[in-house]
Design a protein around this ligand. Structure first.
Ligand code: ADP
Ligand code: SF4
Ligand code: MG
Length: 368
């Protein structure tokens, strides 16, 4: 027995918030698995399994979770670099999934991406100048000398010497290549950028420089970022809000300060326990999760986290009911039927074999 996903509580219901720039509802991307000569359809990789989020103008929403949980698939589906299986995507009120051809191309100008791997994401046969200039040409923003001047300006803006335009990507370090990728994204004057683990492949010493650059550019151009990362340490200081993903689901979504101070979902608590604390007297107790992340081709029933969940109240109901992402504290959403408040009633949980009633139990903060 599986409970239907309850209506997601949305942060934009908050009166202080402006209208979101990007709205994603129940986004699904399944990759079909086929076998044999006839490519018979035998199942699906449920990479993204119904996520909802908003991104507001000028904000950074971090999307965090272990490798393989569906972050890249979510980012690419939102931009329609891959076709979503289902769901609703609106950018500035426009139905992104309804667009095609010229209209989609025009929208792409406003929605850009910076890729994880600075080595494979730049065409090795194009000069840096040509890479940055391509968007200007495609979107007819500048040509001739005006385009040359704009390329120099963009290179300068990302901290590269203007004369690097005639060189090729292989001549640059990882950090410099990532700056080239940023200049390419910036060229078309976007309003929203998916930053897909933009510093994961870089040396630690270079990571901060690239993050600082992204923050400066955000302020100057009022950019909104969906900033993808595989751990919470990278995004602690740059995110306004954080969405935690596990096996294709968003399991917690809150203001960054609230999420780092009082994580609710046991998975978030475990992720956070791995983040070093600068103050040595306040050491966090490390929560080691047992087992590996299950395959999204064969996800667990009920709560996707149940096979690894250390919550003391986990019971049979967790294996049968899908926890809705619901508001546990003002503006703080989490998916756990054992944490109050929850719309999944105790009676419903008992009917699903539950033996431990939900309560406000926070295993990491209570020291359990
Ligand atoms: N093109 C594809 N075909 C089949 N499976 C895919 C494809 N792309 C990604 N996947 C699978 O979808 C899941 C999520 O992948 P991904 O979005 O890359 O995760 P993340 O970015 O969080 O590491 C993984 O199990 C991955 O193997
Ligand atoms: S619903 Fe159950 S299994 Fe899932 S996080 Fe909460 S306690 Fe753990
Ligand atoms: Mg990825």
């Amino acid at each position: 027995m599986t409970a239907p996903h309850a209506e997601t509580v949305r942060p934009d219901q908050d009166a202080r918030a402006p209208a979101p720039l990007l709205t994603v509802r129940d986004l699904v991307k399944h990759f079909p698995i086929s076998r044999g000569v006839f490519r018979r359809h035998v199942g699906a990789v449920r990479a993204v399994d119904g996520i909802s989020l908003d991104v507001f103008p000028g904000e950074t929403l971090a999307l965090v979770g272990e490798s393989g949980c569906g972050k890249t698939t979510a980012g690419r589906s939102i931009l329609r670099l891959i076709e979503p299986t289902a769901g609703d995507i609106r950018f500035d009120g426009v139905d992104v999934r309804a667009l095609g051809g010229e209209a989609l191309r025009r929208l792409r100008r406003q929605m850009q991406i910076i890729f994880q791997d600075p080595f494979s994401s730049l065409n090795p046969r194009m000069t840096v100048g040509a890479i940055v200039r391509e968007g200007l040409t495609i979107h007819r923003l500048a040509e001739g000398q005006a385009a040359d001047a704009r390329v120099r300006e963009l290179l300068d803006e990302v901290g590269l010497r203007a004369d690097v335009g005639s060189r090729y990507p292989h001549e640059f370090s990882g950090g410099q290549r990532q700056r080239i990728g940023i200049a390419r994204a910036l060229a078309v004057e976007p309003r929203f950028i998916v930053c897909d683990e933009p510093v994961s492949a870089l040396d630690v010493s270079v990571q901060a420089q690239v993050i600082n650059l992204l923050e400066d550019l955000q302020r100057q151009h009022r950019l909104a970022y969906l900033f993808i990362a595989h751990d919470l340490s990278v995004v602690e200081h740059i995110s306004d809000r954080v969405a935690v993903m596990y096996l294709g689901h968003i399991v917690e979504l809150a203001d960054a300060v609230a999420l780092y101070r009082e994580p609710i979902m046991p998975y978030t608590q475990a992720l956070l326990s791995a983040v070093p604390v600068p103050d040595p007297t306040r050491e966090r107790q490390r929560i080691i999760l047992s087992g590996d992340v299950p395959s999204p081709a064969n996800p667990p029933t009920g709560c996707p986290f149940h096979p690894r969940c250390p919550h003391p109240r986990k019971d049979e109901a967790c294996t049968r009911l899908v926890p809705p992402l619901e508001e546990k504290a003002p503006g703080h959403l989490a998916a756990c039927i054992k944490q109050t408040p929850t719309a999944v009633s105790w009676a419903e949980q008992q009917a699903a074999g539950g033996t431990s009633p939900p309560e406000r139990v926070m295993p990491s903060s209570s020291g359990a």
